[in-house]
Ligand binder design. Structure first.
Ligand code: GTR
Length: 348
């Protein structure tokens, strides 16, 4: 597994900022400068060629990154080589929140992100951050594959993005530097959360306090004690090596946040119907592959952290945890009532 590196992240961000400024100062007006540079009918049959960028926070061998590569490969193949999507893993183009801002501006064309930080860009996506609303992956996928899952992806157009597909991310659990074997052990802990306001209320309801922080800062945050704990799924816990610095895990499964593959609306609006169809279909066709890779890696990640000696506690009675966070549902649930009803009826 690769440990996320920030070494070449700063120069990339600086370059991006400069090119954004140049764009704002009267360069091309679309933000998809590669598109402009390479487009415009260079091919014999007068179809445009494009080179796009896709930002991914995870390491090159992580299941979402593998799916990004698969997606890019399908697009290349089906466009007869006209559309190239270069995948930039390991947060080379920035952390998720910064990337989403750039996607809105059209400076980055594609990204794969978690629905956690998406909530700050499109309130509808906040529903996924509500605690304990899905029983298992089957429940989640029944919902995602239904009418409301598609509607949510569609709603991204209001946020200057276009949702292409969901990927799997299992469920999230707490892990800490200090032993956590019960809800009581969470009391008073400083817990890193994804940048999303709902998470702040959620941590408070559990008796802890939330520290929003970029994903790439969590390892050192745990190592130096800036935070006591964090939460994520098995694959992220393993891939980032957070288990080395926070080796107590409690399997409460408070959130099941799917991942989203999306394109900037600015890039999308410039595409021909034929190219839109190629991209949408390739995204859909990459899902099965992601699910397979996810299942394999989730299993491997669990085995590896167990082998590394992490203390793992199963929660016998989750109703106590659910009762503790009922205030969050009471406070935020009304805004999502229709979707929550759909989630309820997607229960297998
Ligand atoms: C992971 C997710 C990442 C990132 C991360 C986080 O599960 O795949 O995209 O959002 O969580 O906690 O920041």
């Amino acid at each position: 597994m690769f440990k996320r590196s920030k070494r070449f992240f700063l120069p990339v961000v600086a370059t991006l900022t400069i090119s954004l400024l140049l764009t704002a100062c009267g360069g091309n007006n679309g933000g998809t400068s590669n598109t402009e540079a390479n487009g415009g009918g260079s091919a014999a049959d007068d179809k445009p060629t494009y080179t796009f960028r896709l930002a991914e926070t995870h390491a090159p061998d992580y299941p979402t990154t593998l799916a990004d590569y698969k997606f890019a490969e399908l697009v290349k193949e089906r466009s007869d080589g006209r559309i190239t999507i270069d995948v930039f893993p390991s947060a080379q183009l920035g952390e998720e929140k910064a990337v989403l801002e750039q996607v809105q501006l059209g400076a980055i064309e594609f990204t794969r992100v978690s629905t956690g930080p998406m909530a700050e860009f499109n309130q509808d996506f906040g529903v996924f951050s509500l605690p304990y609303i899905f029983d298992n992956d089957e429940h989640l996928w029944n919902f995602l594959n239904g009418e409301h899952g598609a509607k949510l992806l569609g709603s991204l157009e209001d946020s200057r993005m276009k949702g292409l597909a969901y990927y799997s991310a299992g469920s999230r659990h707490f892990y800490s530097r200090t032993p956590i074997t019960s809800l009581e052990d969470l009391q008073g802990l400083k817990i890193r959360v994804q940048q999303n306001k709902l998470n702040i209320d959620l941590m408070e309801a559990l008796g802890a306090s939330a520290t929003p922080m970029d994903f790439g800062e969590v390892y050192s945050g745990l190592q130096t004690g800036v935070i006591d704990a964090a939460e994520n799924n098995y694959p992220s816990y393993y891939s980032t090596r957070h288990y080395e610095v926070a080796n107590h895990l409690i399997l409460d499964g408070h959130q099941r946040l799917p991942e989203v593959l999306l394109i900037s609306k600015m890039a999308w609006d410039k595409l021909s119907d034929e190219d839109k169809e190629i991209i949408e279909q390739a995204a859909k066709d990459s899902v099965e592959y992601q699910l397979e890779e996810w299942a394999k890696f989730e299993h491997e990640a669990e085995e590896q952290v167990r082998a590394a000696g992490v203390t793992i506690t199963e929660v016998d009675d989750i109703s106590k945890w659910q009762a503790a966070v009922q205030t969050v549902i009471d406070e935020h649930g009304a805004a999502y009532q229709e979707v929550l009803d759909a989630i309820q009826s997607a229960r297998p």
